[in-house]
Design a protein around this ligand. Structure first.
Ligand SMILES: [Zn+2]
Length: 303
């Protein structure tokens, strides 16, 4: 058995058909982890979909109603950049349930790993960039409401700025948001996170890891969370179609180790979510996500 549970549901698939977002990656990642004997069937747990009450902890009722009734405007669908279907919307509810479960599991056993989620471009009242519901905010609000945590830190290492998460927690001293991303990339408007690390185009492993190490140290000197939510995007990879950084597999694993180790060493539980990944060869995206799980296992076995 793994020292942590893998949260997965077949309904994570956003059913996008041919699209730059490989919405079947969740199943492919699960298959890879099983085929390589990284884990067994017993290591997976299936989440319940988030309830509407959960979703409403982070989102405006009008937005939730539009998503559920299929009454989005043309402009709203354009901004979302994915086609509307009831299955796609249902997938966001299940992903949010998965992130809630991964966060609860982290509190029980140091780490929880959602093989989905990370929809950090979701705002309270609209969606953007493939993200209709911000599972990160839903999960943290749910755990705060339950009294399971008071303070949380989001460490967002997707290549794109975590604009929705930044906006949702703006002015809230109980949640520290750190985003490290390529500056000249989507989203054009970047609401302030608690800490933003803007990277130039083409940043490689060494510079990235140096900036991340310093950022994490500074963030942790200012803020002590009860839980870290790690947004482990695969898109800082050098061959990503939507990213312009130049990290290698090795650099990305070192990134994972840095984020996970700095938290776990201080007994701060970590919930991991996947976020983006658009490598030219989709198998590379799967490898990067699988590597994150491998780094987590190695660390937990060593600590
Ligand atoms: Zn991204």
């Amino acid at each position: 058995m793994l020292p942590f549970r893998l949260v997965y549901h077949p309904k994570y698939d956003l059913n996008l058909g041919p699209h730059v977002f490989p919405s079947q990656k969740y199943r492919w990642l699960r298959d890879r982890l099983l085929q390589t004997r990284f884990c067994g069937e017993d290591d997976f747990v299936e989440p319940e979909p988030a309830s509407d009450e959960d979703i409403l902890l982070a989102h405006e009722r009008a937005w939730v109603t539009k998503l559920k009734n299929g009454t989005l405007s043309y402009q709203e669908i354009l901004q979302l950049e994915i086609p509307y279907s009831p299955q796609t919307i249902a997938a966001f509810w299940v992903a949010a349930g998965g992130t809630i479960l991964a966060a609860r599991l982290a509190l029980e056993s140091r780490l929880g790993f959602n093989l989905g989620g990370g929809f950090h471009h979701g705002f309270a009242g609209h969606g953007e960039g493939f993200c209709a519901i911000n599972d990160i905010a839903v999960a943290l609000r749910r755990l705060q409401k339950d009294g399971a945590i008071a303070r949380a830190m989001v460490v967002d290492c997707d290549v794109h700025h975590g604009n929705g998460t930044a906006a949702l927690f703006a002015g809230d001293p109980s949640v520290f948001t750190l985003s490290i991303h390529q500056f000249h990339n989507y989203p054009a408007v970047k609401p302030l996170s608690s800490m933003d690390i803007h990277l130039p185009d083409g940043t490689g492993d060494d510079e990235y890891l140096h900036r991340l190490r310093n950022g994490l140290a500074a963030a942790r000197s200012m803020f002590h969370p009860d839980l870290v939510l790690y947004v482990a995007g695969a898109d800082p990879y050098c061959e990503d179609q939507l990213g312009g950084l130049a990290l290698t597999f090795q650099g990305l694993m070192e990134r994972d180790r840095l984020v996970l180790e700095t938290s776990l060493r201080e007994n701060i539980p970590v919930a991991v979510v996947l976020a983006g990944g658009y490598a030219q060869n989709v198998q590379d995206t799967i490898t990067i996500h699988a590597n994150t799980a491998a780094v987590a296992r190695k660390l937990l076995q060593a600590l």
